[in-house]
Design a protein around this ligand. Structure first.
Ligand code: ATP
Ligand code: MG
Length: 326
């Protein structure tokens, strides 16, 4: 649906996009993640034919953004990061305006508007003034607006920014519903966790360069390994750092540690207290952490809990986007 190859865009001396390439298949929700100034909006504007690249190619459903903008505008719904102010319009007038702008036939407009209002859960707000809507409702109205001409591909620039957790969940279910309707979505965000649960794949961009493209699971695995600084030579995602808490009636950590020493799947044993130790374990598909539990049991341990260390996603993301993976 979207194919970007060697895309480069400069603003004076600043290279906003630096030889960017990525592919988004049909029916995907692609999370486009990166910090401020990474180049997310620039990429989306080029795809929406609102800005021209200096070199490289961007295609939407096979159409080139430079030579076939009219076809692309019909196929794409682009929601900018700022909706703009339309403070003296009612919700239905606002949508009428966009329906007219997108040449939706007059006889169809009423039905299409009712449909998108229903989908975005704004039917009750049809007669409300746009500026009286909450932030979450305004963002949903932004989505309603880009659905008016029934596009196949949606480019949504930070649709969840500034939303409270509940509104974020509502936005997420809306995007999943759109995907179930057969649309392909590119959704940008600063925050990895904001998109994690709904994306089929993600791309991480920083200073115009793509640092990562692939599944969210693989991204998390890399983020964990990077954030924990687990073994330089370790393959990303193959190691976990876990904390073992022992029961008061257990032999102490000091006496159990030698059992773990030298095991081929265990390294970096650290005794934190008589009741707590931290170890790095090499994961296998077959048994996760259970081999560690078996080993400790064999030494008479009474285990209270075994838990992987939680990585603070924001810290990890910072590491990821400062190029620690390159
Ligand atoms: N019209 C413009 N003129 C000059 N520089 C620009 C213009 N648009 C973007 N830039 C610069 O290009 C870089 C990429 O900007 P872009 O808006 O694409 O980033 P972004 O990833 O969307 O960031 P944010 O998360 O803040 O929205 C930034 O350094 C920005 O200052
Ligand atoms: Mg932006």
């Amino acid at each position: 649906m979207i194919s970007i190859n060697g895309l480069t865009k400069k603003f004076g001396a600043l290279t906003a996009l630096d030889n960017l390439s990525l592919e988004i298949g049909p029916g995907e929700i692609f999370g486009f993640i990166g910090p401020n100034g990474a180049g997310k909006s620039t990429t989306m504007k080029i795809l929406a034919c609102l800005m021209r690249q200096d070199s490289g190619e961007a295609r939407v459903c096979g159409h080139d953004t430079r030579s076939d903008a009219d076809s692309i505008r019909r196929l794409v719904g682009y929601m900018p990061d700022f909706l703009g102010v339309y403070d003296d319009l009612r919700v239905d007038e606002y949508l009428q305006f966009f329906a007219a702008a997108f040449s939706v036939p007059r006889v169809r407009r009423r039905a299409v508007i009712d449909q998108v209002l229903e989908l975005t859960d704004l039917t009750e707000k049809k007669g409300a003034m746009v500026d009286s809507l909450s932030r979450g409702m305004q963002q949903r109205l932004g989505v309603a607006r880009v659905l008016i001409h029934e596009p196949k591909v949606l480019l949504l620039d930070e649709p969840a920014s500034g939303l409270d957790p509940r509104a974020r969940i509502e936005m997420r279910s809306l995007l999943i519903e759109l995907r179930n309707m057969g649309k392909s979505l590119m959704v940008s965000s600063h925050i990895l966790s904001e998109l994690a649960e709904m994306c089929t794949s993600i791309g991480i961009i920083e200073r115009g360069k793509l640092l990562y493209a692939g599944s969210i699971q693989e991204a998390y695995a890399r983020v964990r390994s990077t954030a924990l600084d687990i073994g330089e030579s370790a393959q990303p995602g193959t190691m976990d750092r876990v904390v073992v808490c022992l029961h008061a009636s257990s032999p102490p950590a000091e006496s159990l540690a030698p059992r773990l020493q030298g095991h081929e799947r265990i390294s970096n044993i650290k005794i934190d207290s008589p009741r707590m130790l931290t170890v790095d374990v090499r994961l296998s598909d077959a048994d996760g952490h259970s081999f560690l539990i078996d080993l400790l049991h064999a030494g008479g341990a009474r285990i209270h809990s075994v838990a992987p260390i939680e990585v603070k996603l924001e810290d990890a993301f910072l590491k990821l986007t400062t190029g620690a993976l390159q």
